[in-house]
Ligand binder design. Structure first.
Ligand code: ADE
Ligand code: ZN
Length: 345
């Protein structure tokens, strides 16, 4: 592995920003900035219970995951037309390009939209068109992962899968998100088994607020290839061994964890401990419009607070390519770009 040469502390933020990287845990509905929420509300004649952008932003004071999800689902209510989904994804992809993201795997929550009468076709086509344009016009590779909302039923997840199958070439995998506590992964065992038969890549949120037991069942029952968050895993030594041995990636989201009070301060975040234990940890933004920063902000603030060094940055970027669902050739090309960047640093 190419080591980063030691660099003075004041050069670290610029290096983190310029480093080629992949983002693997970002909910596209969580990239809706208050300004865009207001613009889409006006364009679509949807009323929202906030008088101004500032008032909406002031409501972003969360105490836990549920307090965030309530506002996040309300924000998504302004999305009605294919162009709305395109505009939202395009705005994120421009930010990704500016953060030197070479590849992004973006979650979307179709049930949030189909429940309001928006068709699956509208959602998927708008997002997919933005992904296609990103490749052509921005040089950013982008793919979609459909997430099932875990607070809803297995039956509703199956119905969503049925609705999505006509567009199966437009998303690469499925995930599981929303309220974790009270909704263990095994609730969706049969849905994930079916998705596996269909050839989808599998991921799930586990161990964000929920216990290490949920990470175990995400692995052993759902058979996920990657765990989203997973930061509670450090509470279970055997689980840490399993994650390290099987090189199961964790898509860690430091600013999200801070804003949702998973850790009291960024300095107390366990990203360094996960790396020290040999886990394939990655850094991601989760819901950047709500948590105070896109991918580079997550890197810069976390490194400043925890004292992680250039060598950790290299490991995290390399992990992001290893953990992604791109093909071997593209992975090689992206990892080579990272190595060239290091040699020039
Ligand atoms: N949906 C959007 N962000 C989420 C998160 N951090 N955890 C669970 N579900 C989510
Ligand atoms: Zn998430």
């Amino acid at each position: 592995m190419t080591p980063f040469p030691p660099i003075p502390a004041e050069r670290l933020p610029a290096l983190l920003r310029a480093m080629p990287k992949a983002e693997l845990h970002m909910h596209i509905e969580g990239s809706l900035e208050p300004e865009l929420i207001f613009a889409l509300a006006q364009r679509n004649g949807v009323s929202i219970p906030y008088a101004s952008v500032d008032e909406l932003r002031r409501a972003y004071a969360f105490t836990n995951l549920q307090s965030f999800l309530d506002i996040y689902y309300a924000g998504a209510s302004v999305l009605l037309k294919e162009q709305d989904f395109y505009d939202m994804a395009w705005a994120y992809l421009l930010r990704a390009q500016a953060d030197n993201v070479l590849h992004s795997e973006m979650f979307f929550d179709p049930q949030t939209h189909t429940a309001r009468g928006v068709s699956m076709e509208t959602v998927v086509n708008g997002l997919h068109r933005a992904c296609t344009d990103a490749k052509e016009k921005l040089g950013v590779s982008a793919a979609l992962i459909l997430c099932f909302l875990r607070h809803l039923s297995e039956e509703e997840a199956f119905a969503t899968l049925e609705q999505a199958l006509p567009y199966r070439d437009r998303f690469i995998g499925v995930g599981l998100d929303s309220s974790e506590v009270g909704h263990p992964p095994e609730k969706f065992a049969r849905v994930f088994a079916r998705c596996r038969e269909l050839g989808f890549r599998l991921v799930a949120h586990a161990g964000e607020e929920g216990p290490p037991a949920f990470v175990w069942t995400a692995l052993d029952v759902l058979k996920v290839e990657r765990v989203d968050h997973g930061v509670q895993s450090t509470r279970d030594a055997l689980l840490m061994q399993r994650l390290a041995q099987d090189r199961i990636p964790l898509t860690v989201c430091p600013l999200s964890n801070l804003k949702l009070c998973v850790f009291p301060t960024l300095a107390q975040h366990n990203l360094g401990a996960l790396l020290d234990a040999g886990l394939v940890a990655t850094v991601n933004s989760d819901d950047p419009a709500y948590f105070g920063g896109y991918l580079n902000e997550n890197f810069v603030q976390t490194f400043a607070a925890t004292g992680l060094q250039a060598q950790h940055a290299y490991t995290l970027a390399r992990n992001s390519f290893e953990a992604s669902f791109i093909d071997a050739q593209l992975r090689r090309r992206m990892t080579d770009r990272l190595d060239e960047f290091v040699l020039g640093a």
